[in-house]
Ligand binder design. Sequence first.
Ligand SMILES: *[C@@H]1O[C@H](CO)[C@@H](O)[C@H](O)[C@H]1NC(C)=O
Ligand SMILES: *[C@@H]1O[C@H](CO)[C@@H](O)[C@H](O)[C@H]1NC(C)=O
Ligand SMILES: CC(=O)N[C@H]1CO[C@H](CO)[C@@H](O)[C@@H]1O
Length: 366
Amino acid sequence: MWREEQATLGAGLLWTLVGLMLGQLLSPQESMLLKSLGLATKPSPRSLAPVPPVLWRIFQKRAVPPPEDSCRVEEFNVPGNIIRVLADQGRFIHRGEPRSLCLEKRLYFNFSALEEGEQLTMAQLEIKFSHNAYHASSAGQVFELNLYRALQMPLRGMSSHMYNHRPLVAQSFARVHKSLLFNLTEVAKDWRAPSRNLGLILEIAVDGVDGMLASPAGGLWNLCSSIDAFVDASLLVVSLNPQQCKATRKKRNSYYTPITPSNLCKPRRLYISFSDVGWENWIIAPQGYMANYCLGECPFPLTAELNSTNHAILQTMVHSLDPEGTPQPCCVPVRLSPISILYYDNNDNVVLRHYEDMVVDECGCR
Ligand SMILES: *[C@@H]1O[C@H](CO)[C@@H](O)[C@H](O)[C@H]1NC(C)=O
Ligand SMILES: *[C@@H]1O[C@H](CO)[C@@H](O)[C@H](O)[C@H]1NC(C)=O
Ligand SMILES: CC(=O)N[C@H]1CO[C@H](CO)[C@@H](O)[C@@H]1O
């Protein structure tokens, strides 16, 4: 880690930055910053949905060290720098009747959060069942799950026949206390056009004509009741924004620079706290990060450690001859590295997104 800089100049810049963030972060600046983060407006999540464990896992794994290739999601082995978990917004069509059809529900995922230039590379539907609701009477019972693509907008009291009767997925499952995962990549690509996104119809039925079974207690036990354990459906979508993503990445290797008691150009520590900027209500993690900045002199003669260009070397030479007429080269970032941010977007979806060039690793005289 770099030595905490107490130099007057360093502290001055630091306080300018803090002042900028605390007091005078004017809306044009804030919206510029949001835009560079790929957001049109500052999200104001209404309900704070729990963070899907898979996103936490990926976030924590990325925290240190940063990924080698920022354009891939290694966990799923697909290209991408944005991972969203979209909540299902569909309604129940009915549940419990007739007895062999336990549940019929529309699943709808709002794709408006995906921006124009993003390429969708993966979509995975998760259907979750609660852990507690597993009923012993249904042990061994096999359920049939069918997923259909809806063909028209649902109307209230819509019959169950308004959809394509070739199911996208037909699957049997026996245990209702586990998540089921389905690959919907192809369908979701088609959903990018809003008029094409009419959602899905999910049907869960008990295998057999009648859903009633004699229970050990003597009465009739409705097998469907164990499907009340149905908790929710969500769609994990991975996409790639090529403009915000570089193909290859060098390893971050300059976490420590030699401590030189000088005013020479080098990275200085700067911690940016998201709560200081008033963003703590929509950024889930990190709460802040070490962004750093470049500061210092670029004097004649420039040494190799100052990462200078031929042009900068010439400029210092001219500066040494004519200090009034030509300034020194500037101390600027020459290597930056990315971070990942976990946040709620405007639709209350949870998003894990990779941002390039957020941390100053190396400075140079340019
Ligand atoms: C999807 O979300 C956008 C932005 O929040 C909203 O304007 C739109 O009405 C939503 N669409 C549907 C069908 O709910
Ligand atoms: C999901 O489906 C797509 C397209 O059909 C396919 O390319 C991809 O390999 C599948 N992913 C997995 C994990 O099976
Ligand atoms: C790319 C490059 O030359 N980087 C160097 C910049 O300067 C630091 C020291 O300040 C060196 O450690 C880097 O290798």
